[in-house]
Ligand binder design. Structure first.
Ligand SMILES: [Zn+2]
Ligand SMILES: [Zn+2]
Length: 264
């Protein structure tokens, strides 16, 4: 089996705890076969992510690391492109992870889906207190992103569940929830690589990755390529559940790819 690698990696240029150099050193020490960086794009709606100066410095530092690790471990410069960020110029990044982090309420207010339990409760209130209207708006945003943008990898498909551990806000088995999620995955399963993301298992107490296992049936049926990503924000979690989740996905019969298959 191929050496491990990770394509969903954050650094101090956005909300990570370690520099790109520290993340690369950690990856090399773990015996990774490759490492992809995916700093957050700047999202005008919430001011989150790398601004123009940070983005330039990020690209320069990753380019320097590419040279430093040449012949030892391929390094790729990607971007986690928020759905509310304008598309970057073609070829500016080695790859793009397309991610929805916000929903727009009927009032026009933009609410993050991955901030906290309290913010999630407030966001659902902005949908008249109907959690299924809230989750439907999230999956509609994912649908629109994938219908209109050419990204390489779809990030954390069901991020809207981040603070729903234990069914706190909605029932993830309810038809109202599943009928909003499943058709979006069905519609785009033949067009993109989907990420299996262990980030919330590491940081938010979730017991399953994004997307949830019931959605894996759709990925399997379509023969959709999947990539395991840790969405790591610190050197110590770069390989969190990476090997175990890859094994699980292989056993399940999913079609695995990694960053080297995407970037060559
Ligand atoms: Zn994200
Ligand atoms: Zn991320």
């Amino acid at each position: 089996m191929k050496k491990l690698s990770n394509a969903h990696t954050h650094t101090t240029y956005c909300d990570g705890a370690n520099t790109p150099a520290e993340m690369a050193a950690a990856a090399y020490a773990l015996g990774f076969g490759a490492l992809g960086f995916s700093g957050h794009s700047f999202c005008p709606a919430d001011g989150f992510g790398m601004d123009a100066a940070a983005l330039l410095a990020y690209q320069r530092e990753v380019a320097a690391l590419k040279r430093e690790y040449a012949g030892k471990m391929p390094i790729f410069c990607g971007l986690e492109l928020d759905s509310m960020t304008p598309m970057p110029a073609p070829g500016e990044f080695d790859y793009l992870i397309g991610s929805v982090h916000n929903v727009t309420a009927p009032s026009g207010e933009v609410w993050p889906v991955d901030m906290s339990i309290e913010v999630t409760a407030e966001a659902i209130k902005a949908f008249g207190g109907d959690p299924y209207a809230y989750t439907a708006a999230y999956f509609a945003a994912v649908d629109e992103m994938l219908a209109t943008r050419r990204v390489d990898i779809v990030g954390h498909f069901d991020l809207v569940c981040k603070f729903n551990v234990g069914g706190r806000f909605f029932d993830e088995a309810a038809p109202a929830y599943r009928k909003a999620a499943a058709p979006v995955l069905e519609r785009h399963a033949d067009k993109f690589i989907f990420e299996i993301n262990t980030g919330a298992m590491c940081r938010s107490g979730m017991k399953r990755p994004y997307p949830d296992y019931w959605l894996w049936d759709i990925l399997k049926a379509h023969g959709t390529p999947v990539i395991i990503g840790t969405d790591s924000h610190a050197a110590g979690t770069l390989d969190f559940q990476l090997a175990a989740m890859r094994e699980k996905a292989v056993q399940f019969g999913l079609r695995m790819v990694d960053i080297r298959d995407i970037c060559g």
